[in-house]
Design a protein around this ligand. Structure first.
Ligand code: ZN
Length: 308
């Protein structure tokens, strides 16, 4: 689509996509830049039934809609609801609750909850490249209830767990690159080292605090530690970028959600990481990035930001 037709605000997006022909064409063009492809058999031979907005495939003789094979599949809600929902989630600073989303779209909270989880599924980045260069590594504890979610650094030093009701999240942030975070079972050395090995290129510079589970990283990485007890940051050895992400994450959890079950926390993390990693884009750019992922068109962080 031409740049001047792109909706730039939520209000314009709602108006623009309220026309189901426009919404269908928009998703179809994003999903199939070279023309529709049958999700079942891969055929590009088809006829379009414009009154029902579906294609009849000449290969397998079956019909398909633009929703088939995407996160919108099986949903009775139209793209006139889905596309504004994607816009809202992609551009929310702190996340959006199913109650808010339901009210904004005029759908039930249950429908909105389902939509949110589908959109978060699309927001799993699917990037398999390892981080490299300078990488900050830090872990944080997230409790079942918002009021318990500040960092329990003292508990951690004493017990090494941060308390049994807390979920541990390990974050890794490449300077001038992608931020990742993942729910881990505990803060034992083996657990944390395995995650670092999986996500960071050997030989990279890694910066952590002085927590004992990080000791030994120097075997495979250029490991330097920063002591949080020190009042100042020494040179480039700090984890401030990750601390910034933690505070945004916790503000979102605190302000938007009464509680996030540990089981669902990873989906929420995916959503917040996706938005955080695309923070340099404008609203339309973030919306289109989520929508591209929703349509199973893989885009890496680097492709989206033009870094690679
Ligand atoms: Zn087919």
């Amino acid at each position: 689509m031409s740049t001047e037709n792109r909706p730039g605000t939520l209000l314009k997006a709602i108006r623009y996509f309220s026309d189901l022909d426009v919404a269908t064409e928009f998703v179809a063009k994003l999903r199939w830049p070279n023309g529709p492809v049958c999700p079942r058999c891969g055929s590009v031979e088809h006829s379009y039934l414009s009154t029902r907005r579906i294609w009849k495939c000449k290969g397998c003789k079956k019909q398909f809609s633009v929703k088939l094979g995407t996160i919108f599949e099986d949903s009775p809600l139209g793209l006139d609801k889905w596309l504004p929902a994607v816009w809202l989630v992609a551009n929310s600073k702190n996340g959006i609750s199913s109650h808010e989303l339901g009210r904004a779209l005029g759908v039930t909270q249950k429908s909105a909850w389902f939509m949110l989880h589908r959109i978060r599924l699309a927001m799993q980045t699917g990037s398999f490249d390892k981080l490299h260069g300078e990488v900050e590594i830090d872990e944080t504890f997230i409790g079942g209830k918002a009021r318990n979610m500040h960092r329990h650094a003292r508990d951690r030093r004493i017990t090494g767990t941060g308390g049994s009701d807390k979920t541990v999240v390990l974050g890794m942030r490449q300077r001038n690159g992608e931020t990742r975070a993942t729910v881990v079972g505990d803060t034992k050395r083996g657990t944390l080292h395995a995650q670092v090995a999986e996500n960071v290129t050997p030989g990279s510079a890694v910066y952590t605090d002085a927590f004992r589970s990080y000791s030994g990283l120097s075997r495979d990485f250029a490991h330097q530690t920063v002591d949080h007890a020190e009042a100042y940051v020494e040179g480039q050895v700090h984890t401030n970028g990750l601390e910034n992400f933690w505070s945004l994450l916790k503000r979102g959890l605190h302000g938007t959600y009464v509680s996030v079950e540990p089981f669902h926390l990873f989906r929420y993390l995916d959503e917040r990481l996706f938005a955080y990693n695309l923070r340099e884009l404008n609203d339309f750019g973030r919306f289109a990035a989520v929508l591209a992922a929703a349509s199973d068109r893989r885009l890496t962080y680097g492709e989206l930001t033009g870094q690679r």
